[in-house]
Design a protein around this ligand. Structure first.
Ligand code: FE2
Length: 168
């Protein structure tokens, strides 16, 4: 027995959307896929720093990084599900993230707390820049998707502030 939804006029296709055209949804989905890659890589980098940080500021930064990772996972989920809601399937697999991320890897081994602040701040600046560029391109295409990115950028910029104060 099929579980496909039916309307009065036939099967409800993913191609039907109240307002956005197919090519618009494809363009939005492609931007969201790139944002997803960046957010997923941030979660991996955040855990790498969380595990390998050393130095007198270990504990607050260790805990702070885990809060960030949790927020970035939630953000990645919101981005991925917005894309799929628009009919664009996403790929968040490790090989895809590794092949397509624009963020630099962290050095291997222990990372001193001051270096964690500097290295993670640099990657946050990069991610914010990339996501802002994609957000700006979406402003006139779909305000709803742009709003999701507005919230994510606001969160990342708060993260950056609260990380950089360690280096003041
Ligand atoms: Fe942990």
């Amino acid at each position: 027995m099929s579980s496909h939804m039916h309307t009065g006029t036939g099967t409800l296709s993913q191609d039907h959307h109240p307002t956005l055209r197919h090519n618009e949804r494809e363009a939005i989905g492609a931007e969201l896929q790139d944002v997803l890659i960046e957010l997923l890589d941030l979660t991996l980098l955040g855990k790498q720093a969380h595990w390998n940080i050393v130095g007198p500021h270990f504990r607050p930064l260790h805990l702070q990084l885990d809060e960030y990772v949790e927020a970035w996972r939630l953000a990645s989920d919101a981005v991925a599900e917005r894309a799929v809601a628009l009919g664009h399937n996403v790929d968040g697999q490790s090989r895809t993230v590794a092949a397509r991320t624009q963020l630099a890897p962290l050095p291997e081994g222990p990372i001193h707390d001051g270096d964690v602040v500097r290295e993670m701040s640099e990657r946050l600046v990069d991610a914010i820049g990339h996501i802002r560029t994609r957000m700006d391109r979406l402003e006139d295409v779909d305000a709803v998707t742009a709003d999701i990115l507005h919230g994510i950028v606001a969160g990342l910029e708060e993260n950056l502030w609260m990380l950089r104060v360690h280096a003041a």
